[in-house]
Design a protein around this ligand. Sequence first.
Ligand SMILES: Nc1ncnc2c1ncn2[C@@H]1O[C@H](COP(=O)(O)OP(=O)(O)OP(=O)(O)O)[C@@H](O)[C@H]1O
Length: 258
Amino acid sequence: MADTLQFQNVSKSYHTSSGPIEALRDFSLQIAEGEFISIVGPSGCGKSTLLSMASGLAFPTNGTILANGNEITKPVTELGIVFQTDVLLDWRSVLDNVLIQPEMRGLDRKAYEDRARSLLDKVGLGGFEKKFPYELSGGMRQRVSICRALIHEPPILLMDEPFGALDALTREQMVMELHQIWLETQKSVIFITHDIQEAVLLADRVVVMTPRPGRIAEIIKTDLPHPRRPGTMESQQFVNTVARVRHLFEQHGVLKAY
Ligand SMILES: Nc1ncnc2c1ncn2[C@@H]1O[C@H](COP(=O)(O)OP(=O)(O)OP(=O)(O)O)[C@@H](O)[C@H]1O
């Protein structure tokens, strides 16, 4: 099982019709078991590219990515992935959408049904098992996606802007729910976002990226006590950490200093 991920001097360039595009340069990071890492950076700095490579769907141009000490050379199956759009299948019920994972993996569907129901219950979707995705709100759909990503009990969860399409209030609620799920399941999480506050509130460490080619500007330990609550955002440590990230973005021309 891939409990830990290690990026060693990873660079990635794409070949395009107008020449090579350097997406990512010299990215090194080790994620510890059960750690929550947020990656925050401007559009195009290679965040999604990092997740594609961590899941074995793309490969570095230079450098190595290790899952539990072994180089990733093919798609990694012991992962849960949540994208910005929920990619639920509209013709399958909520329960059947969650159970796609065990089905695709040739696992016994019956054995996972109880777990699917309990996950749905945990995210407030008890009673919605027989509904179809088009009958749900955006937040509910994304909750189903999270259950689907967790059903096969992967040790690592990769999340690419999972709340980017949600309204601000739903988003705040989902952030707290994700934190609760993480506290209970102790998964290793890589969480990509454009939202500095969200990144800091959830993470053990925040990886701040520069504009393309994406490099690590700084890795910041948040040192905030658990459990995190909306009130955590009023603490001096939180305010200082958010200010530090903003300052780095100003230094790198991502945000304008006023
Ligand atoms: N398959 C591809 N072929 C060519 N170029 C690509 C490909 N995938 C990504 N790129 C380019 O690589 C760079 C990084 O893209 P990526 O999607 O990883 O960035 P990102 O940080 O996730 O952006 P966003 O925050 O906007 O989602 C961009 O300039 C993008 O155009």
